[in-house]
Structure formats: structure tokens, C-alpha cells
Design a protein around this ligand. Structure first.
Ligand code: GH3
Ligand code: MG
Ligand code: MG
Ligand code: MG
Length: 299
């Protein structure tokens, strides 16, 4: 664990905030709030990884804070530890029912507080790790199909609400079966890694997104990009890959590894069903690029 993780301490009592801060500062970055309103504002703007929340506070108590945070999509998953001066079972039960992951009793014993917060931070850290693994392609370390689908849904909604053009691109390695047959599967894997890095590098200073969506297929999502810019970006990306000069004697269109690509650009309309249909159109354009000789882009 490291201080990339942040914990928001919410307590109206200054000395409690101080004790908690000392407990946490070696494990995570500490954020502070003195009341419920501040807690909500800082949770929304800073998205802490964990919240340690006092129950009894003037104006807005901890129960109201947790209810507000649970009702907002950005904050509903943030784990919350309650702090209570009461030793009543009822208060503890209410906190747990509202979704707190733990309840700490006052007076605070620093060793116990530290151990419990450590456990929760470990959970957060492991969840993050798992989340990253679930969204990354193991071979190339770029985004995988799952992440692609999530980004497509998000960008589709953005295009829909802002009326901005969205370009979808599918790229496929030319004669890759022959490459494997000639140079071996392991050499093929190395080529896929090199292509992935090259494509990723090509999009570095844009808002474009690249994923490996299948065996030797990659896809780009280019938000706010009309077709003429998309063509430019993709032609460039394809050139970067052929410039890698990876020998491919068995290629039917070149002596090096090349890519074909299909682009479909549009302003999103209606539901995300149409996103899949749009992707299908990019795939059809790819098919045409293959048919008309490969190593090229078709819109
Ligand atoms: P085309 O130009 O029409 O795309 O021809 P192709 O040979 O590339 O297309 P085809 O779909 O016939 O073959 C795709 C090949 O990609 C077959 C498969 O062995 C290879 N492939 C898919 N995933 C991987 C992988 O992870 N590693 C390696 N080395 N090869 C893979
Ligand atoms: Mg209090
Ligand atoms: Mg293919
Ligand atoms: Mg292929």
C-alpha cells in the first residue's frame, strides 16, 4: 500500500480529527472535514478511497451523510467506517445496515484504529488491483475487450448528449495466420505486443482510446473526431506499424507486418444498441479494406 490511497476523516471534534490523522498518515494521504456538508463536498470533489465518519455531529449527522453519499453514483461505492461514542447495539446495527464496512468506538485506541483502517485500505488496494487486471489484456498490457465496451458506452453517451462526432476504428493484422505458421506462435505474440505499443504510442497526445478486442484485432475509440481526422490518425498508426519493419515473408501484400483498418464515424443517436451497430459498420469497412488489398484504411 502507498499514499496514492486517500482517507477522508470527518469529525466535528478537533482532537478526534488529530488522533485519526496520526493513525492514518503513515498509510494514506489524509483529507479532513469538520461537518457533514464539508464531508459531502470533499467526497464528491476528491473521491477518497475510504471515509472515516463520525456519527454525532451538529447540523448533519453521519447517518445523513452516508445516505447522501450512497445516493450519488460517484460516491456510492466508497467504503465508510463509522465512529461512535455510543456503545449501543442499535447505533452499531443502524450504521452497518446503512452500508458502513466497520464501526469504531470512542474513546479511540490508536493501535486498534490503525489496524482496522489498515484492513480496509488493504481491501481497497486489492479491489483496485483486481479492477485493473479485469480491464487489461494480459499479453499486450493495453485495454481489453471489457474495458473497450465500457469506454464505448461512455463515449457513446457523451456523443449523444454533446452532439460531437465519434469515430470507431477496427484494425486487424494482415496475413497473421501465415506469420504464425512461418515464424511460430511465440514470435506472433511478440508482434502483437509491438503493434499494441505502437498503436498506443500513436494516440498518446489525443483523447483516443485503444484496446485489443480479439486475437489479432485492435479497436480505437476517437471521441470528438470527425471522419477526416480519424482517417489521418489511422493512416498514421498503420504507417507506424509498417515502419517497424517486422519481416513477414509469407504476407500476401507486403514483406513486412501490416494492418488493415475500417472506420465508421457518426454523431451518436439513441441507445447503446446503436453503438454496437456502429461498430458493425466499422467492421464492414475493415472487410472492404481486406478485400481491396489490405494494408489500408477504408471508411
Ligand atoms: P487476414 O489478412 O484476412 O486478416 O488474415 P489472417 O491470417 O490475419 O486472418 P485469420 O483470421 O485467418 O487468422 C488470424 C490469426 O491470428 C489466426 C491465429 O492463430 C492468430 N492469432 C490470434 N490470436 C493470437 C495470439 O494471441 N497470438 C498469436 N501468436 N496469434 C494469434
Ligand atoms: Mg461528534
Ligand atoms: Mg482477424
Ligand atoms: Mg488478420
Amino acid at each position: 500500500m502507498n499514499d496514492e490511497l486517500s482517507v477522508l476523516i470527518v469529525d466535528d471534534d478537533k482532537s478526534n480529527r488529530q488522533v485519526l490523522k496520526e493513525c492514518i498518515s503513515g498509510m494514506a494521504q489524509v483529507l479532513l472535514a469538520k461537518n457533514g456538508a464539508q464531508a459531502i463536498e470533499k467526497s464528491m470533489s476528491l473521491l477518497p478511497d475510504l471515509i472515516v465518519l463520525d456519527i454525532v455531529m451538529p447540523d448533519m449527522d453521519g447517518f445523513s451523510v452516508i445516505e447522501t453519499l450512497r445516493n450519488r453514483s460517484q460516491t456510492q461505492h466508497i467504503p465508510i467506517i463509522f465512529i461512535t461514542g455510543s456503545d449501543s447495539e442499535e447505533v452499531e446495527m443502524k450504521g452497518l445496515k446503512l452500508g458502513a464496512v466497520d464501526v469504531l468506538s470512542k474513546p479511540l485506541h490508536p493501535g486498534v484504529v490503525q489496524a482496522r483502517i489498515y484492513t480496509q485500505l488493504q481491501n481497497v488496494f486489492q479491489k483496485r488491483l483486481l479492477d485493473a487486471l479485469v480491464h487489461i489484456d494480459a499479453l499486450t498490457t493495453i485495454a481489453n475487450r471489457r474495458q473497450f465496451d465500457e469506454v464505448l458506452e461512455r463515449e457513446w453517451k457523451n456523443s449523444l448528449s454533446l452532439g460531437t462526432p465519434l469515430s470507431l476504428v477496427i484494425l486487424d493484422v494482415d496475413y497473421f495466420k501465415d506469420y504464425n505458421d512461418c515464424y511460430g506462435h511465440q514470435a506472433g505474440d511478440t508482434v502483437l505486443k509491438k503493434i499494441a505499443l505502437s498503436l498506443k504510442h500513436g494516440l498518446e497526445h489525443t483523447h483516443g482510446f485503444i484496446a485489443r478486442i480479439g486475437g489479432e484485432e485492435f479497436a480505437m475509440i476517437l471521441p470528438n473526431t470527425p471522419v477526416e481526422f480519424a482517417v489521418e490518425i489511422v493512416e498514421n498508426a498503420i504507417k507506424q506499424v509498417s515502419d517497424l519493419q517486422i519481416a513477414h515473408q509469407g504476407s500476401g501484400c507486403s514483406s513486412v507486418i501490416t494492418l488493415s483498418a475500417g472506420i465508421h464515424s457518426m454523431v451518436a443517436k439513441n441507445t447503446s444498441d446503436n453503438a454496437r451497430a456502429a461498430l458493425e459498420l466499422a467492421d464492414r469497412a475493415l472487410f472492404k479494406a481486406k478485400e481491396s488489398g489490405r494494408n489500408q484504411v477504408v471508411v
